[in-house]
Design a protein. Sequence first.
Length: 502
Amino acid sequence: MLADHSLTFVYSLAIILILTSIYNYLTSPLRAIPGPLFARFSRLWYLFNISSGHFEKSTASLHTRHGKIVRLSPNQYSINDPTAFQTIYKSRPEFRKSDFYAAWETPGKLNIFTQRDVATHARDRKKFHAAYTMSTMTTYKKYVDDCVSILCQRLEERMGQEVDMAWWLQCFAFDVIGEISYSKRFGFLDKCEDQEGLIENVGRTTRYSLVMGVVPEWHGFCFGVLVLLGRMGVGKGAGKKFLRDFTLKSLEEKQEALEKGREEDGDDKPKDFMTKFIEQNHSDPSTFTLDDAINGVMGNINAGSDTTGVALSAIVYYLVSTPSALQKLRDELSQHQVSDPITFKEAQSLPYLQAVIKEAMRLHPSIAVQLPRVVPEGGTTIAGQFFPAGTVVGVNPYVLHRDKDVYGEDAETFRPERWLKSDTDPETLARMESSWCPFGAGSRTCIGRNVSLLEISKLVPELVRRFEFEMGGELERDGLRTRGEFFLHVENLRLRVWRLRG
Ligand code: HEM
């Protein structure tokens, strides 16, 4: 009897939900916007596709089929248009981040990446700004040089062998962030393995947040359940706890070292992020709390490791698969007789190197999902379509970066020359530049951009002038295999490595 009533209740609820979805769709002023059938009535299409590992390709094919504006879910749209990109991200900061970002925080504890309130974000970002400026990059260069040197040593030890280059580049990126944040490598490059499951943890947390970002109203509950299960020894918890404990331990050690008036590893080390943040807290504890310091450092690890590792993998892949570009880069390096190790300033002045970096990050942006924003009060017209306030809209960098109207008919081809002043007219170049967005744009643009460019600019020249790489069988046969989990991971960058002669 009770079972009968329960079933009636469940069926009634399902019917109400379906009828409400149909009613909402039929009365929506945006019902004419095309997209998959299921996306009109529920978020299920979005949920399944974003978990598929190939969301960038599904979004690209939707745009190919339906044009500039397509539906992802009943209230969310993907727009592929350079002017839309300007409006949503660059010129109107009042387009706040959507609740997708709630799933990236411990419930209730917002950080600089997840903050949805525009004014609070602007205030928070100012607090962190000083540690990421171009002028501070010189203080981090030693950390990068040290990691470049260890990575090269690891490759030297593997001459003639096939290596998983994406893995080594990820280890490099994690260790550099460890150095820059705590003056301490995590030890990936030293021990040649994932340290205390950190990479696995970040990966698991990212996968969770990506999927939960589609249904953020469930995040509080699911996070609580995961934490509870973790405490009971079932599963691996919510992932965030591990990172937090790791950071707290380092904070404690650093504070202790600072109080004793010495740096653990000697006085010659430049100031890392943690030290800068602790000093900021000491000088003004009311505006810069220790929680800010912890969140700032954790943010670096979460946002700055995989992103940089993926960008490096893309650069290496496109160079190895385009021998003419690799040769041109080698010629540029030898013509300019750059220092050993190359300085950031030298690297920035090499047009072909910069063009290679830009082109690889265009075809393979590290983040290849839409960065969702909410249309502000009053609504607005984007790409000729009026969107009411509260609609979620955004651009997927992967799709915009392949737009033939911006990058030309060969938009799918790796051709660094397109970024050279000698090959492209200023107007086209300006149009390409303003749609190039691997680091996002506007008030929410990547705060760590300079850090990652420092790493990339120093490592890539070193790799190409010291080593020769040969593609493994599967890579050569099938091309690059990727797995999109917010970060567009590279799966099969298996390369045989040789010392370069001459
Ligand atoms: C190639 C490397 C990198 C890429 C492609 C990249 C990409 C991005 C993108 C696209 C955003 C905007 C996300 C959004 O609008 O939702 C972002 C934000 C952010 N990135 Fe990066 N990032 C990289 C490296 C780094 C590094 C090295 C750090 C730290 C040292 C970092 C820290 C952050 C932080 C804290 C934010 C949030 C900024 C805010 O909302 O104000 N990123 N990044």
